[in-house]
Ligand binder design. Structure first.
Ligand code: NAD
Length: 250
C-alpha cells in the first residue's frame, strides 16, 4: 500500500525544492516527518506549513557534510517519533561551474562533501537505527541524470552523482535480506532555486534538452520518491530511477 500512516520519514534538504515537495507529500500519505536543512528559517516554515494540515512534523537543523551532525539528526528523529522507517538523502548543491583544469581544490572538496560524503554519513546512521529496530526500511538517495552521463564544467557534481548511484547499489545488496530497500532517483533539470545561478537564456537552452519540452517540477520528483519509499515498491532495490522528461532516452 502507498499509505505511510505510522511511519517516520527523514528528509534532508527539506527547506526548498524537491526536498520540500517530498516532505509535504510524505505527510499527505500519513507519515510523521522530520525535515532537516542548513536553512533554519525556511526549514522551520515548511515544518509549520505541514503541521498546519494536522500532520506531525519537526524541523532539525543539520549540515549533512558533517558526520557528527548526521548522527545527531538520526538520533533526534528516533527520539522525536520513536523510530525511523524512511530516509530521503536529498540535500545538495550545484557547486562551481568550471572545467576540470580550472576547478578549485576547495570547490572539489566542498561538492564531494555536500553531495557525496553526506549520503554515506546519513546512510551509515540511518542503517544503524533501522537495523536496531529490525523492521526493515526504505532509503532513497538523490542522484541526477548527471549520475549517468556527463556535462561540461561540472566535474565535481558529475563525479559525486555517479558515486551516489554506485554507493546506492552496493549498500542495497548488503541490506537486501534485512528488508531495507535502497534506491536512487535521477531527475533531469527541475525548476527549483538550485537553478537560480543559471542565466535565463541558458535555462531556455536547457528546456530543449528534454523531449517533454519543459523543465520538471519538484512535485513530479516527489511522486517517484514517495512510491519508492512505500511498500508498493517492495521488490525494488539497488535501482536508479530516472525522472527526466525523456532526457536519457536520446
Ligand atoms: P534546492 O536548492 O531548492 O534545495 C536544496 C536544499 O539543500 C536547500 O534547502 C539547501 O539549504 C540544502 N542544503 C544545501 N547544502 C546543505 C548542507 N550541507 N546540509 C544541509 N542542507 C543543505 O535544490 P533542489 O533542486 O531541490 O535540489 C535537491 C537535490 O536534488 C540536490 O541533491 C540536487 O543535486 C538534486 N537535483 C536537482 C536537480 C535540479 O535540476 N533542480 C536535478 C537533479 C538533481
Amino acid at each position: 500500500d502507498k499509505d505511510l500512516t505510522g511511519k517516520t520519514a527523514l528528509i534532508t534538504g527539506a527547506a526548498s525544492g524537491i526536498g520540500k515537495a517530498t516532505a509535504i507529500l510524505y505527510a499527505q500519505y500519513g507519515a510523521n516527518v522530520v525535515l532537516s536543512d542548513l536553512d533554519e528559517m525556511q526549514g522551520q516554515a515548511v515544518a509549520d506549513q505541514i503541521k498546519a494540515t494536522g500532520a506531525n512534523a519537526r524541523f532539525v537543523k543539520a549540515d549533512v557534510s558533517d558526520p557528527a551532525q548526521c548522527q545527531k539528526l538520526v538520533e533526534e528523529t528516533v527520539a522525536t517519533f520513536g523510530q525511523l522507517d524512511i530516509a530521503f538523502n536529498n540535500a545538495g548543491i550545484g557547486g562551481e561551474s568550471n572545467a576540470t583544469a580550472d576547478y578549485s581544490l576547495e570547490g572539489w572538496h566542498k561538492i564531494i562533501n555536500v553531495n557525496l560524503n553526506s549520503v554515506f554519513y546519513c546512510m551509515k546512521y540511518e542503517l544503524e537505527a533501522m537495523l536496531k529496530q529490525n523492521s526493515g526500511g526504505a532509503i532513497v538517495n538523490m542522484a541526477s541524470i548527471l549520475g549517468q552521463v556527463g556535462t561540461a564544467h561540472a566535474p565535481g557534481y558529475v563525479a559525486a552523482k555517479h558515486a551516489v548511484v554506485g554507493l546506492t547499489k552496493t549498500t542495497a545488496i548488503e541490506y537486501a535480506t534485512k528488508g531495507i530497500r535502497i534506491n536512487s532517483v535521477g531527475p533531469a533539470y527541475i525548476d527549483t532555486p538550485l537553478l537560480n545561478a543559471i542565466p535565463d537564456e541558458a535555462k531556455k537552452l536547457l528546456v530543449g534538452l528534454h523531449p517533454i519540452g519543459r523543465l520538471g517540477k519538484s512535485e513530479e520528483v516527489a511522486e517517484l520518491v514517495v512510491w519508492l519509499s512505500s511498500d508498493k515498491a517492495s521488490f525494488v532495490t539497488g535501482a536508479y530511477y530516472p525522472v527526466d522528461g525523456g532526457y536519457l532516452a536520446q
